[in-house]
Design a binder for this molecule. Sequence first.
Ligand code: ADP
Ligand code: MG
Length: 260
Amino acid sequence: MRYALEVVKITKAYDTSDGPLTVLRDMSFRAAKDEFVAFVGPSGCGKSTLFNIITGLIAPDDGGIIVDGQETTGRVSDKIGYVLQKDLLFPWRRVIDNIILGLEVKGVPRREAREKAMDLLAEYRMTGFENKLPGELSGGMRQRVALMRTMITDPQIILIDESYKALDYPLKIELEGELLQRVKGSGKTVIFITHDIEEAVTMADRVYVMKARPGEIVEEIRVDLGTDSFSIPERRISPRFNEYYNRIWQRIGAPQPVGA
Ligand code: ADP
Ligand code: MG
């Protein structure tokens, strides 16, 4: 079977004033097409570093990245889209010009890019906002624009780094549900980082639990809530939810013995 993404024995250390700091050690995992994979783990365990290595923004010291069967280690692959921790829209660019950024970089004619963006804006129920500046939008709208900016390049793998963290709860579950509905069944792979165990269990097909210093995967949990619903509240009340939640909580939330 060909995986959408294979991460093979990645090791990465940063140079610090106290000497090298090994952030990731020998990390491997795979993700299939159509899969949602969550990473949960304490702050500083190397989640963002892992994503930066997957996208090719930084190179690992050791190990490799294989995207759709092709090695891409240390190179930016156009099969990967990245929604960053902060929405990071350019404040001086209108919504539509933020959305077409990735196509602009690829040299797609402006008219064609804008047509695609208008289609996306309609799909995300934001027609009429194309000429607004990011500062004129609500947090949820900015988040949708950030997602559109990623989706417009039609990536096979979508990496999402704690994008929903700053949103209020109803908006967060609305956007999570929208993401499931849009992406599930499309053949794309979503890999997301979250601090939120509930978000991991309601969205992911698999959850990787990480520990820090050095960052390593300590547990892999396959999630099957037994429902096809894309509604987060409906997924949340699945009788199996608590079992998964507790298993992850025992790993990362419950107080650990000193030195563990
Ligand atoms: P996470 O996203 O899980 O919070 P990061 O990947 O951002 O973790 O960071 C992992 C560790 O590496 C942290 O201790 C952080 O301080 C350190 N770190 C991150 N980037 C750098 C860098 N460019 N130089 C030195 N240390 C870094
Ligand atoms: Mg991070």
